[in-house]
Design a protein around this ligand. Structure first.
Ligand code: ADP
Ligand code: MG
Length: 480
């Protein structure tokens, strides 16, 4: 397949649905918290009862504008809502309120790892309910399905990219950055597994050098970044095979099955006219004043890209900066630590080292541990003042995360403070040399790399508490 790949160029555009973190639904007062008892968040509006009217949730609009601004979009002065007709058991009204030709955000872009990816539009819409296929193995083996309408009416922002991506890796990078952004601006929790962020990938291939895009297939049901990449890779190969055999790719919606590692045809792809869009008569077009936009722009928090750049200007490597930004909890913690005036270098060593390892091992988020930014800053200041060595710091940080104790308390209780008293170190160094006459002789005969051995012995004697610089100097003096 690899050589065939060279003959074709891949074109990818993503449609990403972000579930907005409003308290109530987009057109109804019911709550939209995840995991409630089925059908407990279902007002007559959500159920599509006759005679009810939708009322637009202003917070959903605010979040739509904020996201648009973060994605470098224009926010037109006017947008409107439209009905998109579907007939599914999880959509009681028989239509979804969405935005068709006048969306809330247009003409944006995102720079992802040096590549600019256009964002055609982002529009507000309501989610559908959920069908639970009961019985044996889900769809295939179910004998009946249950309908849960809690999710119906939850606000979504659908973010549609231009077909600007050329590889599965670019698509993944774009999706990851999009997730970072919606999380940092607080509009969506970006959880692919729980479905609060969902992605449809449109994929086509064309002969290299061609200007005309091929027919695309739309892949649904990718629930993780790695699944997105796998699904795209599979789909590229599938399409190449069809074209190589003289066939034609058909426009359709396909479902990714991550266990079988393949896509399966779900339905022929509808064109816009199949949905019979028309303006939603129960909602007025929405005027968005420039003052409103500016008010929201003023609340924009620091975006992931700016954060990475700031970290790099503090001396972090690009890699470290990206890893920290990718884990929002850690980044916000790091920012607090910086605000309290700690040395970024030492803080990063702890965060990327012992702290990250502990979080990985325990599967906790930093705010689920008992470490506070203040306590980390105190620990760092003890190291900077030479009260304790870096090594001792590494030994006690885990306890600080576990029980919330302060570094100074642990140092005091366990007698861990650094020995910088040269007299004391000299005594121990002399003892070590006396106990190892053969090594001393070898050292004096030119085997100078043995210095490390002596340093290690002194450290062992002092349980890591001796000031390493002083130990080195004193040993060189003694050994001549
Ligand atoms: P629909 O809403 O019917 O899915 P759109 O025209 O809005 O269709 O396009 C949806 C997505 O498909 C967009 O992200 C767009 O970039 C992408 N897309 C359009 N044409 C192609 C193509 N030939 N190959 C890959 N992606 C495409
Ligand atoms: Mg689509």
């Amino acid at each position: 397949m690899e050589d065939l790949r060279d003959k074709y160029e891949v074109v990818i555009g993503l449609e990403v649905h972000a579930q907005l973190k409003t308290k109530s639904k987009i057109f109804a007062p019911d709550g939209c918290e995840f995991g409630k008892e089925p059908n407990s968040e279902t007002s007559p509006i959500t159920l599509g009862m006759p005679g009810v009217l939708p009322v637009l949730n202003k917070e959903a609009v605010n979040m739509g504008i904020l996201t648009g601004l973060a994605l470098n979009c224009e926010i037109p002065e006017r947008c409107k809502f439209d009905r998109k007709q579907y007939f599914y058991p999880d959509l009681p009204k028989g239509y979804q309120i969405s935005q068709y030709d006048e969306p809330i955000c247009v003409n944006g872009y995102l720079n992802v790892k040096g590549k600019r990816i256009g964002i055609t539009r982002a529009h507000l819409e309501e989610d559908a309910g959920k069908l639970v296929h009961a019985g044996a193995d889900g769809l295939a083996g179910s004998s009946y399905s249950l309908v849960d309408l809690n999710r119906a009416g939850t606000p979504l922002l659908e973010i549609v990219s231009e077909p600007d991506m050329r590889s599965s890796e670019e698509a993944r990078n774009y999706m990851e950055e999009l997730r970072n952004i919606v999380r940092y601006i607080g509009v969506c929790d970006g959880n692919l597994e729980e479905g609060s962020m969902r992605c449809d990938a449109n994929i086509s291939i064309m002969p290299k050098g061609s200007k005309e895009f091929g027919t695309r297939a739309e892949i649904k049901n990718v629930n993780s970044f790695s699944a997105l990449q796998r699904a795209i890779e599979y789909e590229i190969d599938r399409q190449i095979e069809i074209v190589e055999e003289g066939g034609k790719v058909v426009q359709e919606t396909r479902l990714w099955d991550d266990n079988a590692r393949e896509t399966k045809s779900m339905r022929g792809k509808e064109d816009a006219h199949d949905y019979r869009y028309f303006p939603e008569p129960d909602l007025m077009p929405l005027k968005i004043s420039r003052e409103w936009v500016e008010e929201i722009r003023a609340k924009m928090p620091e975006l992931p890209q700016a954060k990475r750049e700031r970290y790099m200007s503090l001396g972090l490597s690009e890699y470290d900066a990206s890893v920290i930004v990718e884990q929002m909890g850690l980044a916000l913690f790091f920012d607090e630590v910086l605000k309290l005036g700690a040395s970024p270098k030492i803080a990063v060593n702890f965060i990327m080292g012992e702290i990250a390892a502990y979080l990985k091992e325990t599967k906790l988020e930093i705010n689920e541990t008992r470490l506070t930014p203040e306590n980390l800053v105190e620990l760092i200041s003890l190291i900077e003042k030479n009260t304790i060595s870096n090594n001792i710091g590494k030994q006690i940080i885990v306890d600080m995360m576990k029980d919330g104790s302060k570094a100074s308390e642990i140092v005091e209780k366990r007698g861990l403070s650094q020995i910088s008293d040269t007299g004391a170190i000299k005594e121990i160094a002399q003892k070590v040399c006396d106990a190892n006459p053969e090594q001393v002789a070898a050292y004096k005969n030119g085997k100078v790399q043995l210095l490390g051995f002596f340093v290690g012995q002194v450290m062992k004697e002092t349980k890591g508490r001796a000031n390493p610089k002083a130990v080195n100097e004193i040993l060189k003096e003694i050994l001549g």
